[in-house]
Unconditional design. Structure first.
Length: 140
C-alpha cells in the first residue's frame, strides 16, 4: 500500500495505491496486480502582465475572475490498473508480461505551459516565405 499528498499555494494532489504479488513454483512464477488513484486540483492565479498575450481559449470555461485576478481552476482524476505475470525460464532468461489501463478525466494537458513568439522587423532575406513576411512586417 502507498499513499500521499502534495499541497502548494495553487495545487493540491493526493494519491493512493495498492499492489499484490503472489509467487508460485518456488518463486519461479509470479502474478502481480497494482491499482491506484490520484486526484489533483489547481487554482492558479494567472500573471496579470503576461495574461493579455496568452491564448486561453482551451481553458476559458475554467478561468474565473476573483478580486481583479484571473484564476485558472481545474481538477483531474486518474485511475490506474496493472496486471502481470513473470516466469523464470532458465538461470539467464525471464519472461515478464504486463498489461495496464489508465483512465483520466478533465485536464489532460499542463495548463501552466505557454509559448510566446515575439516578432520584430524581419530582414528582407529571411527564411520566412515572402507573402507571410509581407503580412508580418506590414503590421510591425
Amino acid at each position: 500500500m502507498a499513499g500521499g499528498f502534495s499541497r502548494e499555494r495553487d495545487y493540491k494532489s493526493s494519491f493512493g495505491g495498492i499492489g499484490l504479488r503472489i509467487d508460485f513454483k518456488q518463486k519461479l512464477t509470479s502474478v502481480k496486480f497494482n491499482d491506484g488513484y490520484t486526484k489533483s486540483e489547481i487554482g492558479a492565479i494567472l500573471d496579470h502582465d503576461s495574461s493579455p498575450y496568452i491564448t486561453k481559449t482551451a481553458y476559458l470555461s475554467q478561468i474565473v475572475n476573483r478580486g481583479g485576478s484571473e484564476i485558472l481552476q481545474g481538477n483531474r482524476q486518474d485511475w490506474v490498473t496493472n496486471v502481470g505475470v513473470s516466469q523464470v525460464l532458465t538461470k539467464n532468461a525471464l519472461i515478464d508480461v504486463n498489461i495496464g489501463y489508465t483512465y483520466s478525466n478533465d485536464l489532460q494537458e499542463n495548463p501552466y505551459k505557454t509559448m510566446s513568439i515575439i516578432l520584430s522587423k524581419l530582414p528582407k532575406h529571411s527564411p520566412v516565405p515572402g507573402r507571410v513576411r509581407e503580412r508580418l512586417t506590414s503590421k510591425a
